[in-house]
Design a protein around this ligand. Structure first.
Ligand code: GUN
Ligand code: ZN
Length: 437
């Protein structure tokens, strides 16, 4: 049995922090302890208390003065786009055609998929992200590579091969039947194996024919407990093209609605240009809108209206994500820094406690996985990120004037990146130091 007692400033969340001084939403211990046994958190609280429970002989890992948080969660990211990130000069549809689809064609080669899956999960761990909802390429082998790598590391991840059967080059197309068959086989092999979760992944309405959308619907009927992930209302040209392809639809959301794809385990990337009707339909079904700030700025897509969605009568469930390679950083700290600016451009603020809630418990709730991840509660999985607030000379200097936890978190969000991630535990095992970077 592997046992470890982590010591440091433990911080987790109980609910959305409404204001910058809403400390009742947080569980914070200045000298905290976290006892880990066989991949699970078995006790948390003050160090003295947890140490007394742990008894003699337990290995203590002293992370003071660092913060110990639940591992970060990225609710929308594209594994095959590590060599797409930082591609110049295009909006969504041109960006897909010019850079993304050609790059994803390379994943025909299973060897390439295995290499990138390994580097991708290394990068996630380096950045403090312990769970992703990932898109693989259309090729079954890319999802196999992802899950094999994820399973070998004992990570809890959600992923699926994209289904796409039109409006893209042949090298990245499946057919309604092969998309269905490959997805079925992947579900059978990977869903529920260790910590792996399968997500049915029709890429978006433009690249799926009505026949393929019916197949996606059939898959969700046959496996109602699965996640579903896709893109929605990211860009004006995308919305207009979708309307042309599905002329009977009331709006973009209606396309997914007609094929039964809305629901509490459905993740819709972007949701920037939604009408009130669309927002109502998403909220009534419990669907999740995924905020991808760096991507939305980089591709010039628009400003996600986080506070409007939260505060409307029928609140929307919201997740946050990098959307690499449309996104420009693998870091959830960098992502929330840009998120703060997007929200500011909408005339609102997101307080730093809420930011850190979002990338931990908030995203876990958005994935319906908060019974396992996103918290430091006993009984949950020991996916943990350790943050150093003085990781750079500039941060150290600014820390001299920081007086509250909220100020410190805002500094971490504004100036922090992978350098602030001192260690990451995946299912209780030190994993960032194990990569050796
Ligand atoms: N819409 C369909 N595919 C994609 C993708 O790969 N990235 C982004 N940002 N939007 C998409
Ligand atoms: Zn995306």
């Amino acid at each position: 049995m592997t046992r470890r007692l982590l010591r440091g400033r433990t911080l987790s969340f109980l609910r959305f922090p409404e204001t910058i001084d809403d400390l009742a939403a947080c569980r914070y211990e200045e000298d905290g302890g976290l006892l880990i046994e066989d991949g699970r958190i078995v006790a948390s609280g003050s160090f003295a208390e947890v140490k007394a429970k742990a008894g003699e002989g337990v290995k203590v890992v002293d992370h003071r003065p660092n913060l110990i948080l639940p591992g970060f969660i990225d609710c929308h990211v594209h594994m095959p786009q590590m060599q797409v990130i930082a591609s110049y000069g295009a909006e969504l549809l041109d960006w897909l055609n010019t850079y993304t689809f050609p790059e994803e064609t390379k994943f025909r080669d299973a060897q390439h998929g295995r290499r990138i899956a390994r580097l991708f999960l290394d990068e996630m761990v380096r950045q403090g992200t312990t769970t992703v909802a990932a898109y693989c390429s259309v090729h079954k082998a890319s999802a196999e590579a992802f899950f094999a790598e994820s399973h070998a590391r004992n990570m809890l991840n959600v992923a699926g091969k994209v289904m796409m059967d039109r409006n893209a080059p042949d090298g990245v197309l499946d057919t309604p039947q092969s998309g269905y068959d490959d997805t079925k086989a992947l579900i059978a092999e990977w869903h529920g194996k260790g910590r792996q979760h399968y997500a049915v992944t029709p890429r978006f309405a433009i690249t799926s024919s009505p026949e393929q959308m019916e197949m996606a619907q059939a898959l969700m009927r046959e496996h109602p407990d699965l996640h579903m992930q896709t893109h929605l209302s990211e860009n004006h040209a995308e919305i207009a093209f979708t309307q042309q392809l599905y002329p009977w639809s009331k709006d973009y959301t209606d396309v997914y609605e007609r094929y039964g794809l809305l629901g509490p385990k459905s993740l819709f990337g972007h949701c920037i240009h939604l009408s009130e009707r669309e927002a109502d339909a998403l909220s009534a079904s419990g669907s999740v809108a995924v905020f991808c700030p760096t991507s939305n700025l980089f591709l010039g897509s628009g400003l996600f209206d986080y506070q409007r969605f939260r505060q409307r009568d029928q609140a929307l469930r919201i997740a946050a994500a990098t959307d690499v390679g449309g996104g420009t950083s693998y870091s959830m700290l960098r992502t929330m820094d840009e998120g703060y600016k997007v929200i500011a451009l909408n005339g609102e603020k997101l307080n730093p406690l809420a930011s850190f809630w979002q990338i931990t418990l908030g995203n876990a709730e958005a994935l319906s996985l908060s019974d396992r991840i996103g918290t430091l509660e006993p009984g949950t999985d020991a996916d943990i990120t350790v943050l150093a607030s003085s990781a750079t000379p500039g941060m150290r200097l600014r820390m001299e004037t920081v007086g509250t936890l909220a100020e410190e978190l805002f500094l971490l969000q504004t100036l922090g990146d992978d350098r602030s991630v001192a260690e990451v535990y995946v299912a209780g095992e030190p994993s960032k130091s194990a990569i050796g970077v």
